[in-house]
Design a protein around this ligand. Structure first.
Ligand code: HEM
Length: 514
């Protein structure tokens, strides 16, 4: 590929059957490919394209990754004499230098009081892992709707990623995290924040949930309320990538109002018999274990650990994101559950269910903000390379105004998130409930409302491409279609906003007046 051509030589190849173009200093021989070009032959025979430097035209219409696909990269036959490559793809695991594409702590020239050297090393290793191991599977499975591939879980197990997703704590003791980059006792909520935000960059929202989203919200109940024998067995199986858990609380009858559950657990000798249904259960179609909230005869709630067995049916629900998430409708028909598989006190299931809500919502806000930032980067790149009326798209004031709103939203959400994360690192779990339940609810609501505004703005910036599943705007289309999941899972926006205000009112001093 070291062969050099002059512009005059390239210009001679300007017809059907003998067609060369220059893209970013490389000469491509499109003579045979032109007939198969998805954009058609005619556009390639245009006077300003055939035999010419078509760099601007190309980047107005294609993502860089097109040139990296092996079937296309081999069309390059040499370079244009005197020209230098201008566009370089980001190195695997590397940081983006597009302004606001990274949070300030990762942006050159900025500082942060929160992150230490081990956070930076952890971020670099984790991003590389995501781009090398998760990203290719994510794009393929998001498309075909199949569950994330077993090899991804195995690779995650080697790094103890499932264990880290539960946050800091004694469960990490003795484990080698990310190949030893961070010590178990050093691991804190900022490491977990990094994980959530890095995975959000894969632009595959359904797959992201498929990648153990159910375990993230279901395993804590087993870890904190399971009997030691059950707890140790299940945690080991999950950490080793052999089993997956799902949290089965919501029903067609009850969503955010968990107190209204109808799935019924009848107390029998040596255990329980469960009958009822669950709906919208993430990972339900392929999970091995179910953490199920049930109504008891006494009218209270009990949470049970149930293994997949006869009497349990899991049917996929088609939602607006990929079936890679394994979203299920579940029926339990007279399923026996041994008494030892009761999680927490018999009639106090509500406490078991509620106990992980703050961590869960914080995790969802974290990844939602990460995903929002990835969209800001897409938009900044697009307005820079897209030409309209002979000028870049960003020469339009209305486009710059949309970008201003997008940037302000993601930056304010990230800064609030980091403040809350810092508080979490310095509070007991009990204090987190006292001081942070309200603000985490408000943060999640703020983040997902902003995300939906950003999704709408991004579609306007990309135009038709923002509603097209392939090509330049495919990540925008995906984001716009799936963003409402963040806004609903873990509590609808209005419910969370109300929680935040009610918490504040609860702690209003009695003796205060205007
Ligand atoms: C190495 C050279 C080229 C390759 C490998 C290539 C490949 C492709 C591919 C794979 C697509 C499908 C859409 C996508 O995946 O992004 C496409 C679409 C298209 N291409 Fe090319 N292309 C090349 C050069 C060009 C050039 C120089 C032009 C100049 C006008 C052009 C115009 C178009 C158009 C108009 C479309 C349709 C875009 C749309 O649907 O939005 N292509 N090309």
């Amino acid at each position: 590929m070291s062969k050099q051509f002059t512009a005059e030589e390239v210009a001679k190849h300007d017809k059907d059957g003998d067609l060369w173009v220059v893209i970013d200093s490389k000469v491509y021989d499109l003579s045979r490919f032109a007939q198969m070009h998805p954009g058609g032959l005619a556009v390639l025979l245009d006077n300003e394209v055939a035999g010419q430097d078509a760099t601007d035209a190309f980047f107005s219409l294609h993502r860089y990754e097109v040139l990296q696909r092996p079937q296309y990269s081999r069309l390059a036959i040499g370079t244009l004499a005197g020209a230098e490559q201008q566009v370089f793809p980001k190195a695997v695991g590397g940081l983006s230098n597009v302004p606001y594409a990274e949070p300030t702590w990762l942006s050159s020239g900025y500082h942060s009081p929160y992150y230490k050297d081990h956070h930076r090393k952890f971020q670099a290793a984790f991003r590389k892992f995501v781009e090398e191991v998760i990203m290719p599977d994510a794009q393929a499975r998001e498309e075909d709707g199949k569950r994330p591939s077993p090899h991804v879980f195995q690779e995650m197990a080697k790094m103890n990623i499932m264990a880290m997703r539960l946050g800091p704590g004694p469960h990490l003791k003795g484990l080698t995290l990310m190949g030893g980059i961070v010590k178990p006792e050093e691991f804190d909520y900022f490491h977990e924040l990094i994980m959530g935000q890095e995975v959000a960059r894969i632009h595959a929202r359904g797959y992201g949930d498929g990648l153990g989203g159910g375990t993230f919200i279901g395993l804590p109940a087993i870890m904190n309320f399971g009997r030691p024998e059950l707890r140790d067995r299940v945690m080991k199986e999950v950490f080793e990538g052999k089993k997956l858990v799902c949290l089965a609380i919501t029903e067609a009858f009850a969503g955010s109002d968990v107190a209204g559950l109808k799935c019924f657990a009848k107390r029998v000798e040596k255990g329980w018999v469960v009958t009822g249904t669950k709906k919208w259960i993430t990972n339900g179609t392929f999970a091995d274990y179910f953490v199920v909230g049930c109504r008891t005869e006494k009218g209270g709630l009990v949470v049970l650990f149930i293994e997949r067995q006869e009497g349990i049916e899991t049917k996929p629900i088609k939602t607006s994101y990929s079936t890679a998430a394994g979203t299920a409708y579940i029926t339990f028909e007279n399923v026996f559950v041994p008494y030892e598989h009761t999680l927490g006190p018999e009639e106090d299931g509500l406490r078991v269910i509620l106990s992980n809500f703050n961590h869960e919502r914080w995790g969802m806000a974290t990844s939602s903000i990460g995903g929002q930032r990835a969209i800001v980067e897409e938009c900044l790149k697009w307005v820079n390379q897209r030409k309209v009326f002979g000028r870049p798209l960003h020469s339009q004031a209305v486009i710059r105004s949309k970008l201003a709103a997008m940037i302000a939203r993601v930056e304010s959400a990230q800064n609030w998130l980091e403040n809350i994360t810092y508080q979490m690192n310095h509070m007991s779990y009990k204090d987190q409930s006292r001081y942070l339940a309200g603000s985490i609810g408000l943060l999640k609501k703020f983040a997902t409302e902003g995300a939906q505004d950003t999704a709408r703005d991004a579609v306007q910036v990309f135009g038709g491409r923002g509603i097209t599943r392939t090509g330049m705007g495919r990540f925008i289309e995906h984001y716009h279609r799936t963003i409402t999941f963040d806004a609903v899972l873990g509590g609808a926006e209005d419910v969370l906003g109300d929680l935040g205000v009610r918490q504040a009112l609860k702690y209003m001093p009695k003796n205060t007046r205007l």
